[in-house]
Design a protein around this ligand. Structure first.
Ligand SMILES: [Fe+2]
Length: 381
């Protein structure tokens, strides 16, 4: 029985309807809003003219963001620029196609940097900026992940969000970070972290070995623009798949190269409730909060993806949102949220090997299963 049915409304009182600030805002924008938890190809997603921003756009507001962050795809027509804007939310941008430049103002400094396919950069919170298409012949298409849903639902004022003069001096990015220079760190969890504000090409960026997520995997984490939103790239070899794990909401996983699939299921679900999505470059999947997800390279070339997500290593966690990176790397047997190969459902490996053979790829996973341990943690049947 719902709450509405459990009481008799007082006909003399007006009903206090809930204001959904973010949802109302995006509905007022006049562009498509894509929902669900998977988009097969952002490159071909249908867009519509976007009066506020300029160019064409579509919101990609997938279930897995849990109302904490969002994404949109935007196209800048040949020879055009988007409208200048600033906003009190953070924004990470990954360029799908086309070439152009962004002018970014921080205090008295105005800096313009150029980008192309595969570039990743951030617009630090409330920094005035404008994007330009550098070509008179080809459109630009990029995807942005932002913290707009959370910011808008806390402040309930589009004026505060879009017309705010506050200057975040303490968050100015070093000039050299906006052209691709940066610093290499190690996180407290032992990951390699490249801190910058501009990555020229995530498709070819050098990665570092990260064996604990499984099977020959490599990785790099990005800190961008002193943001709470962060990023990482993962790559895994032909014939392999990663270990399943779960964490908080809002990890937008963009496939950069390779062909494969992901399995997703709520952490307490039965085996039969697993959902499979088949991906390729241009696909986006956002695993819902506390859903196991597991990525499989079923094709004949390495698979690489870019995740734009919460979980900065520089800034403290946001309660209830930031993924517990340490827990996500630790076995469920030890209180973490990762399923080690030895204890996963055997059907996972069987399905994967069938998929490899279908695509003329040689499965490599048997070498990672010297002996299946007996289950020490009870997994749902
Ligand atoms: Fe994940």
């Amino acid at each position: 029985m719902t709450t509405k049915e459990s009481f008799t409304p007082d006909k003399d009182l007006p009903v206090l309807e809930k204001v959904e600030a973010y949802q109302s805002f995006i509905e007022s924008e006049g562009i498509p809003i894509v929902t669900g938890f998977f988009v097969e190809d952002l490159n071909t997603l249908e867009l519509a003219p976007w009066a506020r921003v300029g160019g064409n756009g579509a919101y990609v507001n997938l279930d897995g963001n849990g109302g904490t962050n969002d994404a949109y795809v935007c196209e800048i027509p040949p020879g055009k620029s988007l409208n200048p804007e600033r906003h009190m939310f953070e924004k990470l941008i990954y360029v799908l196609s086309g070439r152009g430049a962004t002018a970014l103002t921080q205090g008295k400094r105005e800096q313009t940097f150029e980008w192309g396919p595969g570039s990743l950069f951030s617009i630090p919170v409330n920094a005035p900026h404008q994007h330009h298409n550098g070509s008179g012949a080809e459109p630009v298409r990029f995807v942005a992940v932002t913290s707009a849903p959370m910011v808008m639902s806390i402040f309930n004022s589009t004026r505060f969000v879009f017309e705010n003069p506050f200057d975040f001096e303490e968050r100015y990015t070093p000039e050299k970070h906006n052209t691709g220079d940066g610093s290499l760190w190690q996180s407290t969890t032992g990951r390699h972290v490249w801190e910058t504000n501009f990555v020229p090409d995530v498709v070819s960026f050098k990665l570092f070995d990260l064996p604990r997520r499984g099977a020959g995997g490599s990785n790099v984490t990005f800190e961008l623009g002193y943001n709470s939103l962060a990023a990482h790239i993962s790559q895994f070899p032909v014939g392999t798949y990663k270990k399943a794990h779960w964490h908080g909401p809002g990890a937008h996983v963009f496939v950069l190269s390779g062909q494969g699939y992901s399995l997703l299921w709520p952490k307490d679900a039965k085996r039969t409730e697993r959902t499979r999505v088949d991906w390729k470059p241009g696909s986006l999947v956002v695993p819902p909060k506390e859903w196991f997800h597991q990525h499989f390279n079923g094709g004949s070339s390495p698979a690489r993806y870019l995740a734009l997500r919460w979980g900065s290593h520089r800034f403290s966690s946001i309660a209830g949102i930031t993924p517990d990176t340490e827990g996500a790397d630790k076995s469920i047997e030890e209180g973490g949220s990762q399923i080690e190969y030895e204890i996963e459902d055997p059907a996972v490996l069987d399905e994967f090997e069938d998929e490899c053979l279908k695509n003329n790829a040689t499965p490599q996973m048997r070498s990672f299963f010297p002996a299946r341990k007996s289950f020490t943690v009870k997994l749902p049947a």
